[in-house]
Write a protein that binds this ligand. Structure first.
Ligand SMILES: Cc1cc2nc3c(=O)[nH]c(=O)nc-3n(C[C@H](O)[C@H](O)[C@H](O)COP(=O)(O)OP(=O)(O)OC[C@H]3O[C@@H](n4cnc5c(N)ncnc54)[C@H](O)[C@@H]3O)c2cc1C
Length: 288
């Protein structure tokens, strides 16, 4: 498993793209159009006013509270019951392996993201919208009785962010409508328990790129996109939920049983079954 700081990934993508980027704009409406007939229409607001454009294809990557999704499908979000602290800290002591620790109704994970930086997250049961005045202190107190390596990371942290974690109440029936394709959290938000939300958004983006570069009939390309992405992302969403049920959602009593079951599971089989889902290769041929 390789960790990369989101800021560096964004910078790398921004450095290589050759499109015109409009920053500080907020999309307010999307009309999907129809492949082969009318084009899609997008309305957005920026500092200099309201703008409209027509498009052959709209790729909506507008996050979990997607305006585009709401324009195309009835949908609702559901609170997962968990909030998540995250931090990137300077550290050269932790080794290169991803380390995950389960505790009662909580999970802590850490991964190296550069030679001298480690990213960690603490995913803990908490009501939504809780206001904490001193997040650093709260996180240190929360993990004070956890394993020494967890404590060491939280004790040396002096800046954290925390987000409540939401998921879609029900999966979308599909990801494309007319000339619009939803990708990433707009299409399939998932619990962070598998660490695949951003990864799967990147897989989606690569697949959309292949649809476009294949040329030909857009409707057929979008159909192929559904075939490539729908099943895989549904599996990722349900595996993340399953990981949550096995891990952070287990309370103090259930932990004893869960840990006993894990002890009798052959490690090689567990590893093989657990990691196969991370394997993904872009489709080779995407001719429409
Ligand atoms: C606590 C937590 C931990 C996570 N850990 C991991 C992890 O370890 N690994 C992993 O792979 N994933 C992880 N994820 C998931 C990951 O953050 C998301 O799946 C990923 O960011 C989704 O990418 P996206 O591009 O779809 O949306 P986002 O990253 O949310 O980006 C959407 C962008 O669209 C913009 N936007 C929104 N609405 C509009 C609008 N109307 N007009 C214009 N722009 C708009 C937003 O400003 C934002 O810049 C985690 C998520 C959480 C909450």
């Amino acid at each position: 498993m390789t960790g990369i700081h989101r800021r560096r990934l964004h910078q790398a993508l921004a450095d290589t793209q050759d499109a015109d980027m409009v920053l500080g704009a907020r999309v307010t409406a999307v009309e999907p159009g129809t492949p082969g007939r009318e084009r899609a229409r997008v309305t957005w607001e920026s500092a200099d006013g309201v703008h409209n454009a027509q498009a052959d294809l709209v790729v909506a990557a507008d996050e979990i509270r997607s305006i585009t999704r709401s324009a195309l499908f009835p949908n609702a979000l559901r609170y997962s019951g968990f909030s998540c602290w995250r931090a990137a800290i300077t550290d050269t002591t932790v080794d290169d392996r991803f380390a995950m620790t389960w505790g009662p109704n909580a999970e802590f994970g850490a991964l190296r993201i550069s030679a001298d930086e480690v990213y960690w997250y603490g995913y803990v049961a908490m009501p939504s919208g809780r206001v904490i005045t001193d997040e650093v202190r709260a996180v240190r107190e929360y993990f004070a009785a956890w394993a020494p390596d967890v404590q060491a990371l939280t004790e040396t942290t002096d800046e954290v962010i925390r987000h409540d974690v939401w998921v879609l109440d029900r999966p979308l029936p599909r990801y494309t409508v007319g000339r619009v394709v939803l990708i990433g959290d707009a299409a399939h938000p998932m619990l962070p328990t598998l660490g695949q939300g951003a990864n799967s958004a990147l897989e989606d983006a690569v697949t959309v790129g292949l649809v476009l570069s294949a040329g030909g009939d857009l409707a057929a390309g979008l159909q192929r996109y559904e075939e490539e992405r729908y099943r895989r992302t549904r599996r990722l969403v349900s595996r993340s939920a399953q990981m949550g049920r096995m891990g952070a959602e287990v309370g103090p009593r259930g932990q004893v049983l869960r840990n006993a079951l894990l002890r009798i599971t052959p490690p090689r089989a567990a590893l093989r079954n657990g990691t196969r889902i991370f394997e993904w290769m872009p489709p080779r041929s995407f001719g429409a």
